[in-house]
Structures are given as C-alpha cells and as structure tokens.
Design a protein around this ligand. Structure first.
Ligand SMILES: [Zn+2]
Ligand SMILES: [Zn+2]
Length: 887
C-alpha cells in the first residue's frame, strides 16, 4: 500500500498473522537462507540439533531455535556466508514406540508384521505424520537452508554411519562383549547410562540367611532385590574383615535353589554396608559382575527379557520380578531364613522413555571403547580448538568425559541403522561396509546379519560432518566444517555434545565446532520446571497465535541470560507484543511526520545537527556497539534489554517528543530532525532483526526503498557520532524535565495547569543550555513559560526543586494545595532534624572523634553542615508559605 506521495502506508495496528507467513515465503523465494559454499565470503555455520521426527515444537525448541536464528541472521546481515543446516533425527525408540502403539490399537505387535514390513510401516508413518516440526520451525522464522535438509536415516548419513562403525571396529575401538547393561523390560532394549533416570523410591532391605554347607552356622546378606538371590553364585566379604575371616573359602548352601556357593574375599566389598557380607549375582548387577570376573564365579541369568523369572529360577519360574520378590521372601521366611526386613529408600534407575524400572542384565552387546576418543575430545577443548560459552560448562564437560564408561551402542530395536556385522554358524564375526558374500573367518556363505540397530546417538553424533557429505570430500565440508557454533541446552551436554566431540575429533579433526554455546531450560515465572503434571506447560504455537512470533522470540531471548535458566510467563510475551506495537507506532509516526521525501540516509552533516540530533546519534552509536558486543558474546538477553531500553525510552519517549515541534515547524530543520529520527529507527530495527525478524523487516521496508534487511547490511560503526558533550547536556535537560514532572506527579498537579518555571542555573554553560532548550522544557514539562536567570525574588511562595546543577522554581499559587505542601515540607524538616541529631550525637562522642580516621570525622562534620543548611532552607520555605496563606 502506498500513499499519494508514493510512500508505503502501514496499517494502524501491527497484525503478525498478516505479515509473518508472506514474509517468510518471500525470504524463501529470494533464496535468502541458501548457502553458497563458493561465494568467497567468511563462513559461518551451525548444524541444527536435529529434532525427533516424532516431535512437535515445544517451548524448549522455541528458545533453542531462536538462539541459533539470532546468530545465523546476525552473521548473514554482517556479510558472512551462513549455513544453518536443518534436519531430523529418526529417534529409534521414540518412533518405534509410536508405530507400535498404532499397531497395539489394532491388537497387533511388530512381531506379527515381521521386521521388513514393520520398518516399511515406520517409513510410511514418517511420510504421512512425521516431521510436523518442520512447518512449525518455519512459523518460528528459522532461517535454515531447506535445500540442505537431512535425515539421520537418509542414504548419505547411513553410509557415514556404516563407515564409522567399520572404521572403529578396524581400529580396535569397537567390540562385542558380555556386559551388564541397563535393560528396559518394557522397551526390550539396552539403554546407555545416560538414558537411565535415577529416582528415589521407598524400598526395603531384606536380610537373608545362607547356611554353611557343613551345617556350622550361617552368613547373613542384605538385598533390596530378593529375587536375584536365585542367581547368586557366591558371597563376598572383605579380606581384612575380622568378622568373616573364618568364613573365607568355605561353602554355603544357597536356599531355595539348593546350590553350593563359595565365600570369597574381595577388596571391593564395603565393610560398612549392610552386614559386610554381600551376595554375588553376576548376571544381574554390574558390581557383582566385576567381582565374579576376578573370582572366577559363574554368571547365571534368572530373568527373561521381560524381567520374568526363567527356568533357572526353579519353582519361581513365570513370576515377574516383583511377584518373585515377595514369593522368595515368603519362602525364606517359612524356612526361618529371613532374618528381618527394614525400610530403606534407595535410588532406582528408570527407562527415560517409558519410566519402567531398569533391570541390570548381562548380555552380548556392541561397545565403543570411549577412552581414546574421550581423550581427543578433552584435548580439543584444552587446546582451545573448541570453547564453551559460558566457560564454566567446560568443567562439566571434563568431569563427564573423565568418568565416561564404554558406550553400549547396540539397541534391540528394528527402527534404526542395522549393525553391519554378520555371523556364520561357527560364530565368526564379519564387519563390513558392504554386505559380505562370505564369512571373513572361514569363507562360509551362510551368514546372518546382527539383529540389532545402533543407538540413535551414534548417528546424531556424526551430524556436524555427515550432513556435509562426509565420508566424501565435498565442497560443503571444506567450506563449512568445523561448524562455527553448536547451540544447545545444558541438559543435553552429555547426551549429544560429548558424542559429537568424540566422533568429530576422531574422524574429522580438529573438532566439530569452534564454540559450544549453552543456554538454560525454559521454566515458569517461579522458576519451576515445566511439566504436564504441574500443569504449567506453555505451548509456543498458542503464544505465536496470540501474540505473534516476534513477541514469543523476544520474550525468550530477553530471559536467556548466559547459561542460566529462562523464566517465561505469558504476560511477558504479551509485554513483548506491546513492544512490537510500540515499534510499529514509532514507524507510523516517522512515516507520517517527516517531510516528504526524507530518507534515513539524508542524515544532516555534523555542523548542521541540533543538540537532540547529536545526542540521539551518539546514544545510538553507543547502543549499536554494546548490542553488537553482547550478541557476539552469546548474550542476546543483554542485547535485547539494551535495544528495548533504547527504543522505548530514548527513541520513542525523548527523541520523538523533542522532534515534534521541529517537524511541525517544517523547513530544513524538520528535514534534519526527520532524517535523524528515521535513521535511528532504521538502525534500531536492524539491530533487533535477529531477534524480531518479522516486524523489523516490515517496518524497514516501509522506511526506505529496500526489499529486505535480512541480507544486511549490519549498521556500520560510526565513532564520529559519539558526542559526550551532547549526552551530558541532554542528561541535564532530561533531569530538569523529569524533576518538574516528578514534582507535578507527587503533588497531583492537574495536566491542564501550566505554571511558569524559573531556572537558576549553577554555571554559565548550563544557563546557556537551558536558555537554548527552554522551548523543549516548556513543552515536555507542560509549562506556561520558562525563564532562565537569577533566583526570582518577591514573586510569592514557590517550590524549589534541585536538579541538573540548577534550582528550579515553580510558583505555588494556584498550582497546588498549600496546606499539603506545608505538611510535606514539615515532614522534610523533621527528617532533616532527625538526621542532624544523629550526626551531632556521633560527633559529640569523644571516642568516635578520637579513634575514627580523620577523613571519616571530617566527612561526618561536612555532612552535618549540609543537613543544617538544608534544614534552614526548608524552614525558610515554611515561613514563606505561612506568609502567603496568612497562617
Ligand atoms: Zn522403556
Ligand atoms: Zn565363519
């Protein structure tokens, strides 16, 4: 829409819905987000942490994506070649669960379909229902390069996965072994340590009595999982424990199963814990497994994959673990072998997907030997190839990398990258990039591929380079790797950052990313975690519907202090919407009030600028510098705060008000004022664009003849605009105006009442300043007239306000309630009296005067003199008032 003068006309109110969709589509049409590896510009790249294909945009994504988007947009505006690469994760367990639930509604399981048909069905689900989040990312304004979208199961990434698996195997960094792993009896899969969530539960400790086989006495062991005794193959005591020295080497008769088991001595036993004698269940406890390895004890598995007692559990076969726990205790009690049961709350691991209690289970799995990989990742951080922002998260990273155990990467699922290992009937293992024709060990053609798939994190751990064409040498890989920054919440450091660092530093050195920028979690206004059970979950899509995308983005970024949690309340989003509206109104004011044809680029030359122009441009340059520095320091919250304060207070409140009479007067000065305002608004909008891309783009397009600002330029440095003198003068002016306003507000002076103001300035410079700006003071403080000169005498009582090194006199007659004013002055006098008394008492104290440092005593004396002088003035004013009112 344009007006008669050819200017674009803006609707009265900002309507986000009408702007956002068309603007985003326009950006896509102009290819604004497409990266060109060969452009020769400096590269800036981010690999978007791929959301799950099952996912929908939640408030955590909204923060995470807005954070990345501000970086991408800022660098794009500054002229960098930006690649922000999007994609999705196949999310093994999560996706398989979705499709399994669908099948369950039809009364079927994945086993009814068989592997191939099931996997086909998951792909079909992905095609029809997966990836909902991609459209939501567009609504949020993510400036990602859609032409490079990837999926962790697409052909290229699958090839990268296989290459890494086989290479690690060839390098001896990947092996198959019997280990105690975390097992989810519901998902029927192994879980890595970090997929297990520990939670305190009200458990109990059962004390079981195991008689010696020779009939001489018994040992008592304590356990929270009594059913596991069915798989005990020994009892261990500490070699130096005098209580059990007699028992070492003897044989016990394991009750219920009637198996003979030895008493062994092992340093790992904690003498202080329980009875000091521990049952050893190698197949169901990781610590016991290690004891068993050292002591040569057998491992007997007594549970099925579903955590039901198996044939090894004798008469307890078929009971699930909880029923078996009760049955075993009952049976032992019957035989008098249950010594006691005490309450003992303890931490129990739960499956992070389904909350089922995890069962430690001995099984044959594939492991990545993390030691050498972790060492490389740690070295990359120590040497500065990668740095953490804020730096304190580096410690968290080191702590975890140092304690890391080998990574179990096989999962008993069907949806995922199938493990490229084949077995022949003789048990030889062939690991291969291509499907092998024959066994590498014996040449047998009878091969069976491993049934398991790889942990989802195995493929997402390759994300920064697999998405750029690796293992091929591609133009993108050369141009955009290492990526510039990885943005992620602190909750995911262990899950993902560590894996990417280990695999990236090893396969594509020196590092997958130069910076790891950590942000916190979005919480409610009270700082509480958002969860369905608290009922405090905020849906970002609803907020975007209600307040617009820019408002949501601004509220999130405004709260995102570096590395800290981000509180969010709906009212803050509505506050941010008000800010967007404020900007809109500013834009409308500038467009409608500046003389026709005035452009932001028509800034007046230095000597043509008035005080308000010089002040505004100086403040603008300071804001520009500080905002750019904050953005660069991964502190967008500070940038947002600075911009909001500048736009709202200095630009909208002061600059616009100061410019109004100049604009209304027309002529050259109006042109100067208009161009300065338009320029300041244009720069402010550009600086805000990374956080509020839609409203800023729409306004800038209206302000000047541009198609878009999303490709820049970023406002350039203009140190010549810095003007400390203008800032100091304007500060005095603002202080004087604010003092009159405050006086008016305190005394409830009606807006229509316009007193005269007399200013007695403290020095000549200020006197000239107030004289020159008298008209601005008059208008902005709602005054009849402003006179600058000596203190008025004999003009009746007036209020005196001290501000900006000047005395401001407002005649009181007709201005306010004189009785109330007298009461106010009397209160002021009493307060000064009290302070004077305190100061005098202190100075009368010989001890204080003698012992306190001379400077302190001098200060106290000076203060007392000041207070007394102030009191004298107040008393004088009370007397003046009394003279007027005749009281
Ligand atoms: Zn589970
Ligand atoms: Zn073979």
């Amino acid at each position: 829409m344009t007006d008669a003068a050819g200017r674009r006309e803006l609707p009265k109110t900002y309507n986000p819905q009408a702007v956002e969709g068309p603007t985003y589509r326009r950006w896509l049409e102009m290819g604004a987000f497409r990266a060109d590896a060969g452009s020769g510009r400096p590269h800036f790249s981010i690999a978007l942490p791929p959301p799950n294909v099952t996912g929908s945009l939640h408030i955590g994504h909204a923060l995470d994506h807005t954070f990345q988007d501000y970086l991408a947009r800022m660098h794009r505006m500054r002229g960098d070649e930006v690649l922000w690469l999007p994609g999705m994760d196949h999310a093994g367990i999560a996706t398989q669960n979705v499709v399994e639930r669908e099948l369950a509604r039809q009364g079927r399981t994945r086993f009814d379909l068989g592997r191939e048909a099931f996997v086909e069905r998951v792909w079909a689900w992905k095609a029809s229902s997966g990836g909902m989040i991609l459209g939501q990312m567009q609504r949020l304004g993510d400036s990602v390069d859609w032409s490079r979208e990837r999926f962790t199961m697409d052909e290229g990434l699958s090839r990268a996965v296989r290459e890494v698996f086989v290479s690690l195997y060839e390098q001896g960094l990947l092996y198959r072994g019997q280990r105690i792993i975390n097992w989810c009896p519901r998902c029927l899969t192994a879980l890595s340590d970090i997929e297990v969530e520990h939670e305190e539960v009200p458990g109990e400790l059962a004390y079981l009595r195991y008689p010696f086989a020779d009939g001489g006495g018994a040992l008592v062991v304590a356990t929270s999982r009594a059913e596991t005794m069915l798989g005990d193959t020994g009892v261990a005591v500490h070699p130096d424990d005098p209580r059990y020295r007699h028992a070492i080497g003897r044989t016990l008769r394991l009750p219920l199963v009637e198996r003979e088991i030895p008493v062994v001595a092992d340093e790992a036993v904690d003498r202080e814990l329980g009875t000091g004698a521990v049952k050893v269940t190698p197949a169901h406890d990781p610590g016991d497994y290690e004891i068993a390895q050292r002591q040569g004890l057998e491992a007997i598995n007594v549970l099925t994959e579903e955590a039901v007692v198996n044939a090894a559990g004798g008469r307890f076969q078929g009971l699930d673990r909880y029923a078996a726990r009760r049955a075993v205790k009952d049976a032992l009690a019957e035989q008098g072998l249950l010594e006691k049961v005490t309450e003992a709350p303890h931490a129990v691991g739960h499956c992070y997907r389904c909350r089922t209690e995890v069962e430690p289970r001995l099984s044959l799995q594939w492991f990545v030997a993390t030691g050498p990989l972790a060492a490389k990742a740690v070295e990359a951080v120590r040497s500065g190839e990668t740095r953490f922002e804020p730096a304190r998260y580096q410690r968290t990273f080191f702590a975890w990398m140092e304690g890391i155990r080998d990574w179990c990467v096989s999962r008993q699922l069907w949806w995922g990258h199938r493990i490229p290992a084949w077995y022949c009937p003789d048990g030889h293992v062939t690991v291969s990039r291509q499907e092998p024709a024959a066994c590498a060990g014996c040449g047998s053609g009878e091969l069976r591929q491993d049934e398991d798939v790889l942990d989802t994190w195995f493929s997402s751990g390759l994300w920064p380079f697999s998405t750029l064409g690796w293992p091929d040498r591609s133009e993108d890989l050369d141009a955009f790797y290492p990526t510039s920054v990885l943005v992620t919440g602190y909750d995911i450091i262990f899950f993902w950052v560590a894996r990417m660092m280990m695999l990236g530093c090893h396969f594509q050195p020196p590092t997958p990313f130069r910076v790891v920028a950590i942000h916190g979690m979005v919480r409610d206004a009270q700082g509480k975690k958002m969860s369905k059970s608290f009922g405090n979950v905020i849906d970002p899509l609803e907020l975007m519907d209600r307040y617009g995308t820019d408002a949501l983005r601004f509220a999130l970024i405004r709260g995102a202090n570096p590395g800290g949690d981000v509180p969010l309340a709906e009212e803050w989003v509505s506050g941010a919407r008000n800010f967007a509206n404020k900007l809109w109104n500013l834009g409308r004011f500038v467009l409608s009030s500046v003389p026709e044809g005035t452009k932001p680029e028509d800034l007046p030359a230095g000597d043509q600028r008035g005080l308000a122009d010089r002040w505004l441009l100086s403040r603008l340059e300071r804001t520009r510098t500080a905002v750019t520095a904050a953005y660069d320091a991964y502190d967008p919250a500070e940038a947002a705060r600075l911009l909001q304060a500048f736009a709202w207070s200095e630009l909208a409140d002061w600059a616009v008000e100061l410019a109004k009479p100049r604009l209304a007067a027309g002529g050259d000065d109006a042109r100067r004022a208009g161009a300065t305002l338009a320029y300041a608004l244009d720069v402010t909008l550009r600086l805000l664009h990374p956080v509020m891309p839609f409203v800023t783009e729409e306004l800038c397009r209206a302000l000047r003849d541009v198609d878009t600002i999303t490709l820049g330029p970023w406002p350039a440095e203009r140190t010549d605009d810095l003007d400390e003198g203008a800032e100091a003068d304007m500060a005095d002016l603002q202080e004087a105006i604010a003092a009159v306003r405050r006086f008016r507000a305190e005394h409830a002076v009606p807006p229509a009442r316009r007193p005269r103001l007399a200013i007695a300035a403290g020095d000549r410079h200020r006197a000239e300043l107030f004289r020159a700006e008298a008209e601005s003071i008059r208008r902005l403080a709602r005054l009849e007239a402003v006179e600058v000169g000596p203190a008025p005498a004999g003009a009746g009582p007036s209020a005196k306000v001290l501000a900006a090194g000047a005395e401001l006199y407002l005649p009181l007659a007709g201005l306010l309630d004189l009785e109330a004013e007298r009461a106010r002055l009397e209160r002021e006098r009493d307060a000064l009296d009290a302070e004077a008394r305190r100061a005098a008492t202190k100075l009368a104290n010989a001890d204080f005067v003698a012992k306190a440092p001379a400077a302190v005593v001098d200060r106290a004396r000076a203060r007392l003199a000041e207070v007394e002088a102030a009191r004298a003035k107040v008393v004088e004013r009370i007397r003046e008032l009394a003279a007027t009112t005749g009281g």
